[in-house]
Design a protein around this ligand. Structure first.
Ligand code: SF4
Length: 444
């Protein structure tokens, strides 16, 4: 059972030295009990207390690293059942399969296609993370050669999909340095795969038909010296899979049940790509750490990555752009200047419409803590003062000589005060930014 905050407090030095960043040992203990801070933040814990606190300080879901360097995918270390209680920390990895029985050229072509699945959305780069090489041929040598080719052709992390220890062993000889995830150990092969995972210091996925079997297998594998595990306890139907995933997460987070304290890996495959992506998105919501799919077209993968991007933002911190003046096209000192807020969705919508006007222009993104125009105005985050400060801070007057500022039509009411505060001439823009192209073509 996890320790309570008070039980943890009794084991701490109780000096309130604040070296952990908290005002008191009790405050630190409460955060530790809630798994929101790591024990190592307190440098003064005695060895005996450290041993006693080990269970309380370890994250309820083990952090597992797949891949190395920039391609490393971190899964686990989540602390919540519900995103609104805090946030989800490590975005689910998206993996795409490639079968080892493809001809070499076709295999390489599929790898290249997976590599190209990169997109920019609301100013962030989003992409696929892993390649799952599937031992469809059943042949160890073929599998090893294809795994090697995947490693050569792609910087992405790898999953080696085979139940045969001989195939996994052969592939690991080629790609162990990339720290691939082995998929998967079951009741029959777990000893062999655990030995390989331990020898090559690489993570291992465990596939089980029930929670009981999964808990039993992870304990047996841990006893063999492998701690970096993932779990696949799905179900034949999506309803059953979701139920199992939720039970695993709940057991780990609410009961600190270590045998199920691992991130989930699951496969989403259905002949229909629309259903496949819908299933993958659903699994991601509750609570897959890695989703493997055979979908490879950009129109299939982009929606999945978009779902992930939205799911793994901090609900208390909207996606924001930096407060600064952005150039659209190649504007000069005579080009129009508009302002909007730094809420990414607002900013990029405005930027898209300014781009569509083909009028080179400047956009000032005013820091409103990531809120949209009307919300910011209603919450006093968008006032004549904040706009004036943004103009000052970004040295707008040095870039733009005409000293005219186009403001969103939704806040036309602030134009008088804004003119007084800034000394800039205020032009009221359209209420809907979709009208911006026409508006800019007329004023430019
Ligand atoms: Fe207490 Fe340790 Fe934090 Fe100091 S660093 S206040 S001893 S918990």
């Amino acid at each position: 059972m996890p320790l309570t905050g008070l039980e943890i407090y009794k084991l701490l030095p109780k000096t309130n030295c604040k070296d952990c960043g908290f005002p008191t040992c009790l405050a630190f203990a409460m955060q530790l009990a809630a798994k929101k801070v790591e024990l190592k933040k307190c440098p003064h814990v005695s060895e005996e207390a450290q041993a006693a606190l080990e269970g309380a300080s370890a994250p309820p879901i083990r952090l597992v690293r797949i891949g190395t360097g920039e391609a490393e995918v971190k899964v686990g270390e989540e602390t919540q059942l519900f995103r609104h209680d805090d946030k989800f920390y490590n975005p689910a990895g998206v993996a795409i399969t490639v079968d080892d029985d493809l001809e070499e050229a076709a295999f390489a072509e599929r790898i290249e296609k997976i590599n190209s699945l990169q997109f920019t959305r609301v100013g962030q780069e989003i992409s696929v993370d892993l390649i799952a090489v599937v031992n469809k041929s059943g042949d160890a040598n073929t599998f090893a050669q294809r795994a090697k080719l995947a490693a050569e052709k792609s910087p992405l992390a790898l999953i080696l999909v085979s139940k045969q220890a001989e195939s996994i062993g052969a592939a690991l000889e080629e790609v162990a340095g990339k720290r691939p995830l082995i998929y998967a150990a079951d009741a029959q092969n777990y000893e062999d795969l655990a030995r390989l995972a331990k020898d090559k210091s690489t993570p291992l996925a465990v596939v089980a038909q029930s929670l009981e079997e999964g808990a039993d297998l992870t304990e047996k594998i841990k006893a063999l010296g492998v701690e970096d595990l993932m779990l696949d306890i799905g179900g034949k139907a999506i309803k059953e899979a979701l139920l199992n995933f939720t039970k695993v997460r709940r057991a780990a987070i609410k009961r600190n049940f270590r045998p199920l304290g691992f991130s989930i890996i699951t496969f989403a495959a259905d002949g229909d790509p629309y259903k496949t992506i819908a299933f993958a998105s659903t699994y991601m919501a509750k609570y897959a750490g890695v989703v493997v799919t055979d979908c490879i077209e950009p129109w299939q993968i982009l929606p999945l990555l978009t779902v992930r991007q939205n799911m793994y933002t901090d609900p208390q911190k909207p996606i924001q752009v930096e407060e600064k003046i952005y150039a659209v096209g190649e504007p000069d000192e005579n080009s129009p200047l508009l302002f909007t807020t730094n809420f990414s969705l607002t900013y990029y919508t405005v930027e898209g419409d300014v781009e569509a006007s083909r009028v080179p222009a400047w956009i000032l993104a005013v820091d409103t803590e990531g809120t949209s125009v009307l919300t910011a105005y209603a919450g006093d985050k968008l006032t004549e003062k904040t706009v004036a400060q943004a103009l000052e801070k970004t040295k707008a007057a040095e870039k733009i000589k005409h000293k005219k500022l186009i403001i969103p039509g939704l806040v036309a009411v602030m134009s008088g005060k804004l003119e007084e505060e800034t000394g800039w001439e205020i032009l009221v823009g359209p209420r809907e930014c979709s009208v911006l192209p026409k508006f800019l073509q007329e004023v430019a």
